[in-house]
Design a binder for this molecule. Sequence first.
Ligand code: C2E
Ligand code: MG
Ligand code: MG
Length: 564
Amino acid sequence: MEKVGKQVLEYTWKTVNPALDTMKNMFDLARLVDSEECREISVLENGKLEFGKACYAVWNADYRCANCTSYQACHTHQRKNRVEHFNGKEYQIQSVPVRIELADATVYSCNLELINFSDYSAEYRKMGGEQEKTKDSLETKGYLSTHDKMTGILNWDGFCKQVRALMMEHPAEHYLVLSANIQNFKLVNSLFGRNIGDSVLIEISEILQEFCGTDGVLARIGGDSFAVCIPKREDMERQLLIRIKQIRSLIESPSYHLNIHFGVYEVEDINIPISIMSDRAYMALQTIRGNREKNIAWFDDTMLKNALHEQKVISDFENNLRSGQFVIYLQPQVNRFGNIEGAECLVRWILPEGKMIPPFEFIGILEQSDLIASLDKYVWELAAKQLSRWKGSEYEKLYLSVNVSPQDFYYVDVADTMISLCEKYNILPEKLHVEITETALANETQGNRHTIELLQKKGFLVEIDDFGKGSSSLSLLKDIKADVLKIDMGFLRQSENNARGNIILETVIDMAKRLNMEVISEGVETEGQLKNLTELGCNMFQGYYFSKPVPVAAFEDMVKDGKN
Ligand code: C2E
Ligand code: MG
Ligand code: MG
């Protein structure tokens, strides 16, 4: 039976040749091949087929097949992308299944092969250098498929071809591949208009071209992203910083500061695909995105390790959640008399072999990839389930406090979810406290405030988490009527001056009380801290001094022991 992959292109005998002509402009070689016989085929003007030469002989002096490098017929009806190396040259081959309706109404299945030869690019480079840009010659030679229309520099395809050619020509040279991105470029268009946006991009490409010199390759690979490949130079960073300064001065406006970041990858092996080199430069770039002080970051192997870790966290997440690898640990919240009144639920990821992974290794990754809401909903449900188990037991009085990530507001109706959980498990909303970080509240608009009001109206207690860590703490208190303020001790611990710290603490505690808020001090580690905080008027505490976060059973034991 005929196997047909999912992504099949459909043509008729009339449309297939014009489509093929377009492809020929985009690729070094585009051809139809018969899947079984490994022969080139053409669709004639009368709508019939003509079989040509054996396809592997066409482009490859080794007489090997483009699909499998063997000598046998091997084309399948599946989309395949591959890179082949023959005689020191690189061939990028895409094989796409195609169905063609012929003149006699039969449907013929074959493959469209799209092949790029990397040595072809030398010709393009020469062409660009000589400014031989008459429209016809450029279009027929595929100039537009390798160049960015607006800036006139290369595009991604052109970049790959030229970099490959450069490295082939001078394989002993050491190379740097750079990835660049302009910060918040969208704002330029909206603040100053598209025309200014375009001319800024053109000017940036000119500045970068000067940086590249005659021995480098420059391309615009996306709206506000550039790629560069240059032979390694000792004073590269100094030269680049000069160009960055020039670029920054292109826009002088109080409402927007133009800034550009560069990731740099030092190529160790010129045989790896250009896309991987560029990915690594981009990985380095990601580490300084938005950073005002640092504009250049170099790739190192830990970035690759981190990226692999990130990818694994993301790709395995749904499975791991389903298989119960995420559990809650409870950290007691204790009153001034030493009694446990409730606990904060903190998620832990336990691998099948028993290793525990702390939140900082995965929460941030999940937040960036919009998976955090699934995890949080899962944790909230575990908390609700636990509260319902405690009903009628000696733990009935305890409350549980759950964390809400800023991203949750975008993906779930937080209030609605919490209300449904209370109904499902038949628990009182006042038993479920909701911790929202100060930063989530500060960055947010009316929407979140409305959610908070709704939660409070329904009887949930809302806590502002990590108060003091962010920068807009005070104005936040003006606008948000939360029930509990959790002061993060970390920010005071770092400061040397206890007297000043105490004045701040006392004032914050007093202010919270006057605003009808309870205060919980988080991160209490020593008896001295506890005593001091008690004197300053704080009534509730959480921290290693009492207990680290522990499994539910251990927490229950702690509560029992406390009573005894
Ligand atoms: P957080 O909500 O501020 O939680 C308090 C963190 O401080 C916990 O770290 C806790 O173990 C730690 N801690 C408590 N007492 C002390 C102390 O005395 N000294 C020190 N140095 N640390 C203390 P953990 O469990 O690693 O959680 C870190 C953060 O991860 C949490 O900060 C929270 O922002 C996030 N997180 C944890 N679980 C969840 C969750 O289910 N969902 C979401 N969205 N975030 C979570
Ligand atoms: Mg918290
Ligand atoms: Mg906290």
